[in-house]
Design a protein. Structure first.
Length: 319
């Protein structure tokens, strides 16, 4: 039974709580059953397909199984995509033409936390009115459970890393980047994005020094992109004489980077260094002005980047 004294956060970003206290397998199954019930109406289909993935937290597999049970219990077809970053799971969902998605993650919160993020068919969070419907169903324990004849087997598809890599290859000038002979350091913080970063940088011919690649969920430092948590990355960038360093989050929904020899940029509490953005796409597609979008928190960095190229900026709620 969940501990009523511990916080269970319910919002447009989904659900998150303290493992074993406010969020338990039972709570997770109830939430995904509510989501699955809403999805049937939202997508107007009898058997919606849901991609299901997670970050690397030690409790992730437990909650993945619970979430799958909740979805299957309401007749949803589940495609398990394994450990992936949230953005790559969203891409994978569109790749398999899923009707929605569930990501088991508590974003930047430390390991004692976990959570559930719902996704629409297009890889973004449901709108506020839909989230209100899902939360109401969850609180009332209302779900459209099905009989055994309507239960769907769970499928497995672990090609998300390759799908993401191949998509990026279509969007950037790979040979331009390979010819640049870049060197990078990546701190993957034992999160979900280590394999994705390795595959992408290998494609681009980047000589890569990768820290904490394995998705063990045993975070070597607090996984927030603040100055004190980027000390090791900055030291390794300098020692290796790398061109750039990247700090991934637990679910790699955001990345902080460091240009040698500048201080960290792109983080939640830092500001951008004054340098012109570099266009890495095909020369024929280079626009005269480029828009930029980002989370609300680093809006000053986004605005500066977009403004330097004469483009607009847009902000969205933190996911």
């Amino acid at each position: 039974m969940a501990d009523s004294s511990a916080p269970l956060m319910l919002s447009i970003s989904g659900m998150r709580g303290l493992v074993g206290r406010s969020i338990t397998p039972d709570v997770a199954a109830r939430y995904t059953a509510a989501f699955g019930s809403w999805l049937k109406t939202a997508r107007d289909t009898a058997r919606p397909t849901v991609v299901l993935g997670r970050d690397s937290r030690p409790s992730g597999e437990m909650f993945e199984n619970a979430a799958a049970a909740g979805l299957v219990s309401v007749g949803r077809k589940v495609v398990s995509v394994g450990v992936l970053s949230k953005p790559v799971e969203a891409i994978k969902g569109q790749h398999v033409e899923a009707d929605g998605g569930i990501v088991i993650t508590a974003s930047h919160n430390p390991a004692p936390w976990n959570g559930i993020k719902p996704l629409r068919h297009d890889g973004v969070a449901p709108p506020p009115e839909a989230v209100e419907n899902i939360i109401a169903r969850f609180k009332a324990d209302e779900a459209d459970h099905v009989e055994v004849e309507q239960l769907q087997p769970i499928e497995t598809d672990t090609t998300g890393v390759e799908v993401h890599r191949d998509l990026v290859a279509e969007l950037v000038d790979v040979e331009l980047l390979r010819d640049a002979k870049l060197k990078a350091v990546v701190d993957s913080v034992h999160g979900a994005g280590g394999a994705e970063a390795a595959a992408l940088l290998d494609l681009l011919g980047v000589d890569t020094v990768q820290l904490y690649k394995e998705p063990t969920g045993r975070f070597p430092h607090v996984p927030e992109p603040t100055k004190e948590n980027l000390t090791e990355l900055c030291e390794v960038v300098a020692r290796e004489q790398a061109h750039v360093g990247f700090a991934q989050g637990i679910n790699s929904a955001g990345v902080t980077w460091r240009w040698r020899p500048s201080r960290p940029v792109g983080g939640w509490t830092t500001s951008p260094r004054q340098r012109a953005p570099v266009w890495c796409g095909p020369p024929s597609a280079k626009p005269t002005s480029r828009p930029a979008c980002g989370l609300m928190t680093p809006s000053s960095a986004v605005k500066a980047t977009a403004g330097s190229s004469g483009g607009p900026s847009a902000r969205s709620a933190i996911a």
